[in-house]
Ligand binder design. Structure first.
Ligand SMILES: C[S@@+](CC[C@H](N)C(=O)[O-])C[C@H]1O[C@@H](n2cnc3c(N)ncnc32)[C@H](O)[C@@H]1O
Length: 309
């Protein structure tokens, strides 16, 4: 954790993500094609232990430029998607993509711990790579539990595990070391200094990483049931962090498209290797990304008799 106040953390997140919004999809390889959809649905299925069923109303927390919600809407899995975020710049980018894709999504600018929605109004509350930015996580989980209908589903993916976060420093450092050689090989000049405007804030936007038990405890303290934490990406995340560090060092327009194709293919191959060889045997905390799923409790009358005490 950090000694900055909740207000300072929120404010830096708004400034950083507003500045990052324009280049965000390119930086993270977010595309609204079949491959992107398979990735999003695959992550959710892994977190839930089975495919996401169709729902009527979903709320995404920290939806950013729309990676998860737009794919869910395109796949016809949500009838009334609502995408929320603290950054107006990210929501503006999401709205532009939704219009281009012909998808209808409602947006709301709000903080995870202060949701302006009625109790029990969503079938699904979801998020990707957002919980580690939120200052008061117990207050946020209380809000997620409040806005879920009884029996509603909660699912979060892409949260950094404490061990994985530490290990990711190695490929990042290696990337900084070999970046000059890599740029020379690709004939790509270094990135102009003024293009790093948002990067001064990058170390300040992340508040925490998690152990699997800590993530599960936040959900349990909010009164959620059927809590499940799993992990994904080890080799793939090392490869990804190395490449992102290299790419961040060069003028983006000078990096050949062949490099991005190589980086994408390598990442997908290593992801499959992680899925087949490592995820079945290693504990969740060994991976870079943690995933959490849980359910809002049903009213007592709706629970099976054995569950009623
Ligand atoms: C790493 S980005 C992830 C965006 C998107 N979910 C994705 O996977 O591409 C984190 C997002 O969380 C948002 N965010 C940060 N702090 C937040 C908070 N306290 N409440 C709600 N959203 C927040 C940021 O503005 C940003 O859009």
């Amino acid at each position: 954790m950090t000694d900055r106040t909740a207000e300072e953390i929120r404010s830096v997140n708004v400034r950083y993500h507003d500045a990052a919004a324009a280049g965000y999809d390119a930086k993270w390889g977010i595309c609204y094609d079949e491959l992107g959809r398979a990735q999003v649905l695959g992550k959710l299925a892994k977190a839930l232990g089975g495919p996401l069923p169709r729902v009527k109303r979903s709320l995404e927390i920290g939806a950013g430029t729309g990676y998860f919600t737009l794919h869910l809407a395109l796949a016809g899995l949500v009838a009334e998607p609502l995408a929320s975020d603290i950054s107006p710049g990210m929501l503006a980018a999401l709205e532009r993509s939704a219009e281009e894709l012909g998808v209808s999504v409602t947006t709301a600018r709000c903080e995870a711990a202060e949701l302006p929605f009625a109790d029990g109004s969503f079938d699904l509350v979801l998020g990707h790579a957002v919980l580690h930015h939120v200052p008061d996580l117990d207050a946020a989980f209380a809000e997620f539990a409040r806005v879920l209908r009884p029996g509603g589903q909660l699912v979060f993916c892409g949260e950094p595990s404490r061990g994985g976060h530490r290990l990711a420093e190695l490929p990042k450092r290696a990337g900084l070391l070999v970046a000059p050689l890599w740029r020379r090989a690709l004939r790509a000049p270094p990135r102009e200094l003024n293009e790093h405007r948002d990067h001064g804030l990058e170390p300040l936007v992340d508040v925490r990483s998690f152990s699997p038990a800590e993530l599960a405890d936040h959900a349990a303290r909010a009164g959620l049931h059927d809590v499940r934490v799993s992990g994904e990406e080890l080799a793939a995340s090392w490869f990804g962090w190395l490449n992102r560090t290299l790419e961040a060092s060069a003028d983006p327009d000078a990096i050949p498209t062949g490099w991005y194709r190589f980086a994408q293919r390598g990442y997908l191959t290593l992801r499959r290797t992680d899925e087949r060889l490592l995820e079945p045997v290693l504990p969740a905390g060994a991976f870079y990304n943690l995933m959490l799923s849980a359910r809002a409790p049903k009213p007592l009358a709706a629970q099976p008799p054995s569950a009623v005490r």
